[in-house]
Write a protein that binds this ligand. Structure first.
Ligand SMILES: Cc1ncc(COP(=O)(O)O)c(C=O)c1O
Length: 436
């Protein structure tokens, strides 16, 4: 029997599987073969040939406690022995119910603002956003306003890869432009960043409000659309305009939520709360697929009544999966018992000066047009990156897993990353981007 844990020359799973697997966001004809990984620990990825990479992106920003944290591993081991999964309709499992209570206690909002208090579980970020959109549309349907089926979206937004979430993203600048014929068109506008754009935004909302169920936004950082930042005033202005026009506000905190920007939720920095919020990625510390759509009591109340038609008609097979919820409860324990938000503040303090030498640099990989940092996100924006595969390979050569996309080189490490590893990542970016 070949040793299936150690791919390499002569091993079967890598070569065999590579003939059959369809990799994400990958041109399968030209992309270099993926690097076989045999283990992950902390902020290190071990490759089959024995090399270790320092991980700068925490598996698409999910592994916030580092890989293989013993507290999450133990919780998952206990749960898998007892009960990995049981359907949620009509049956209750303790990890899912406990997690719902904990998320409701943690979620932003006050009674006056509308407290987020009802949690619907699914298994991926995109699905949780679809559910948020469906909830918002059905909220109005239940209130007898069936025409409110659209969603006000923003330039550079990204909310997922499914059809409704692609439609809520930016079809021009985003990665889904080619699908515009497939997607329901949504009213889209630039963020209200200054007086002029605020006036434009308010006029736009006034024009579209009666056709729309909600405004949908990634608070403070638009991620996959280019790691574009906005400030708390913009977020506050969006909330106020929604209130003036009776629109629901959906905040997609899949990337920003659970500490990434130095507060548990990005919207707390603006002192506002949405009507519906989505979470995923760090929810299980990057160990299991799980997402949550959390609604205010006021949204939830619109689904109550004698008629089944009023109920939320949604139920993914694995909603409330006990194993994933056990991992998420353990992940929340770590937010309580370990100093995650302080760690994010320390990462931010490190990233600011450490990436600054990239500013204005023009070298082999192109010209840097901006350097920016928010929380545990460090961004070096290039005018463009011509040879993406070569740049990615160059970082691997240096012992770092840094995976630029579009025109962005960025770091979003685990919050637990040590000073030495973080220095190695930032020094590598500065050195590689500076290459003549
Ligand atoms: C803000 C935001 N929303 C939604 C998603 C989609 O999540 P998933 O990839 O789990 O479907 C992502 C993923 O990157 C995201 O960053």
């Amino acid at each position: 029997m070949p040793d299936q844990t150690k791919p390499g020359p002569g091993s079967s799973w890598l070569e065999e599987g590579h003939r059959h697997i369809w990799m994400p966001y990958t041109q399968m004809q030209t992309a270099p073969a993926p690097l076989p990984v045999t283990a992950t620990q902390g902020t290190r990825i071990t490759l089959a040939d024995g090399r270790e990479l320092i991980d700068g992106v925490a598996s698409w920003w999910s592994a916030c406690h580092g890989y293989n944290h013993p507290h999450i591993r133990d919780a998952v081991e206990r749960q898998i022995k007892q009960m990995p999964h049981v359907m949620l309709a009509g049956l209750a499992n303790e990890p899912a119910f406990t997690l719902a209570s904990r998320l409701a206690a943690l979620a932003p909002g006050s009674l006056a603002q509308g407290k987020l208090e009802r949690v619907f579980f699914s298994e991926s970020g995109s699905v949780s956003v679809e559910i948020a959109m469906k909830m918002a549309a059905q909220y109005w349907l239940n209130k007898g306003q069936a025409a409110r089926t659209k969603f006000i979206c923003f330039d550079n937004a990204y909310h997922g890869d499914s059809i409704a979430t692609m439609a809520a993203g930016d079809p021009e600048d985003g990665i889904h432009g080619r699908f515009s014929g497939l997607m329901p068109g949504q009213p889209r506008i630039g963020l209200p960043r200054d007086e002029e754009s605020k006036a434009r935004f308010e006029a736009f909302i006034a024009e579209h409000a009666l056709d729309c169920a909600a405004v949908i936004l990634e608070p403070l950082v638009q991620g996959a659309g280019g790691m574009i930042f906005h400030d708390a005033d913009t977020l506050k202005a969006v909330r106020e305009t929604c209130d003036e026009h009776g629109l629901l506000l959906i905040l997609d905190e899949i990337m920003t939520g659970l500490g990434r920007l130095g507060s548990m939720f990005a919207c707390e920095q603006a002192g506002i709360a949405p009507d519906i919020m989505t979470l995923s990625k760090s929810l299980t510390g990057g160990t299991m697929p799980l997402a949550a759509t959390i609604a205010s009591g006021q949204v939830f109340d619109a689904f109550l009544g004698d008629d089944l038609d009023l109920a939320l008609m949604h139920g993914p097979t694995f909603t409330g999966n006990a194993l994933a919820c056990a991992a998420a409860n353990a992940s929340l324990d770590l937010f309580e018992s370990e100093p995650r938000l302080n760690q994010v503040a320390a990462i931010e303090k490190h990233l600011r000066p450490a990436l600054e030498p990239c500013r204005g640099v023009e070298g082999r990989w192109g010209k840097v047009c901006d350097v920016r940092v928010k929380g545990a996100i460090g961004v070096v924006e290039m005018q463009r990156i011509d040879d993406m595969n070569a740049l990615r390979a160059r970082f691997v050569e240096e012992g770092c897993w840094i995976r630029p996309f579009g025109n962005i080189v960025y770091l979003m490490p685990a919050f637990t990353i040590g000073e030495d590893d973080l220095s190695k990542l930032t020094e590598t970016i500065v050195n590689v981007i500076g290459e003549a």
